[in-house]
Design a protein around this ligand. Structure first.
Ligand code: BTN
Length: 253
C-alpha cells in the first residue's frame, strides 16, 4: 500500500468501494481516493460483478462529502458520469458519451461504469458521505473480454489505438469529479443536466426497459429529467419515468 496526499494506492483489494467506505466511516476527507491495480470482488450496479483483472483497468473510489441535502444525492450519479466523460474527452478526440444512468460509451460499446453508494442517511447522522466508484476498461485487449461481453464492451485502448497511463487518467478523473461536484453544489443540477444531455447516447434512440412489475416496454429515449430520472416515450406517445434498472438499446436480431 502507498499513501500519497489524498490517494491510497493498493496492489490488490476486494473492492475499492468497500475500502473507501471504511475510510469515510473513520472520517477521511472529501476527495480522498483509493486506486487499486486489481480487485477480487469488484462490484457493479444491480448486484453484478465488475471483472477487475490486473494491469488493464482503472478501479478507483473517491469519497465525496457533498454540501447538498441528502435528497439530492441520487443526482450525483449523473454528475459523476459527466465528470468521467469530460475527463476522457480532455484526452482524446474520439466520441465518448453517456448511457443513463452512468455508463461510459463509445460507438455503441461500454468502456466504463460508475457505482455510487451513500452513507446511512438516518436523521441525526453527522458523518454523511457518498462513495463514487469508477471502473474503466483502459488498456484491455479485445480477447480479454468474456464471450458474453464480446461486441458490447470496449476499452480506451481499443477505441483510440494507444496505451493509456492509468495513474494520469486517475488524476484527470479525480480533478474533474471534484470540479463537477462543486458546479452541482454552487450552480445547481441544471448546469450538470445541460452538459449531460449533450452526451446522451440514448437520446431519441429506440430502447427497451424492464418495469418494476417485470414488464418489458419499448420506447424512445427523451433524456434525464431534473430529478435525474430517465424519460422515455412509448409507441402510443405515453411518457414513462424510469427510476432505476437496466435500459437496453434496441437491437434488431
Ligand atoms: C457498473 O457499470 O455496473 C458499475 C461498475 C463500477 C465498478 C467500479 S471498479 C471500482 C469500484 N469498486 C467496485 O467494487 N466497484 C467500482
Amino acid at each position: 500500500m502507498k499513501t500519497m496526499d489524498n490517494l491510497i494506492y493498493l496492489h490488490s483489494t476486494k473492492s475499492t468501494n468497500e475500502d473507501a467506505y471504511a475510510l469515510a466511516l473513520k472520517g477521511a476527507a472529501h476527495g480522498v481516493g483509493v486506486l487499486a491495480e486489481k480487485q477480487s470482488h469488484g462490484r457493479g450496479r444491480l448486484g453484478r460483478e465488475w471483472n477487475s483483472p490486473p494491469g488493464t483497468g482503472l478501479y478507483c473510489s473517491i469519497i465525496i462529502r457533498p454540501s447538498l441535502p441528502p435528497a439530492e444525492f441520487p443526482r450525483l450519479t449523473l454528475t459523476a458520469g459527466l465528470a468521467l466523460c469530460i475527463a476522457i474527452e480532455s484526452l482524446t478526440t474520439r466520441p465518448f458519451g453517456l448511457k443513463w444512468p452512468n455508463d461510459l460509451y463509445c460507438e455503441g460499446r461500454k468502456c466504463g461504469g460508475i457505482l455510487v453508494e451513500s452513507s446511512s442517511l438516518y436523521h441525526g447522522e453527522t458523518n454523511i458521505f457518498v462513495i463514487v466508484g469508477i471502473g474503466v476498461n483502459v488498456n484491455t485487449p479485445s480477447p480479454a473480454f468474456p464471450a458474453s461481453l464480446q461486441g458490447r464492451a470496449s476499452s480506451l485502448f481499443l477505441e483510440t489505438g494507444v496505451h493509456w497511463n492509468i495513474r494520469n487518467l486517475y488524476d484527470r478523473i479525480h480533478d474533474s469529479l471534484i470540479r463537477h461536484v462543486a458546479i452541482h453544489e454552487q450552480q445547481g443540477f441544471g448546469e450538470i443536466l445541460k452538459e449531460w444531455r449533450k452526451r446522451d447516447v440514448l437520446y431519441e434512440k429506440e430502447m427497451q426497459w424492464l418495469t418494476s412489475e417485470g414488464k418489458v416496454i419499448s420506447g424512445w429515449g427523451m433524456g434525464p429529467d431534473e430529478k435525474g430520472q430517465l424519460v422515455a416515450r412509448d409507441r402510443d406517445g405515453v411518457l414513462h419515468e424510469i427510476i432505476s434498472g437496466d435500459v437496453q438499446l434496441f437491437r434488431k436480431e
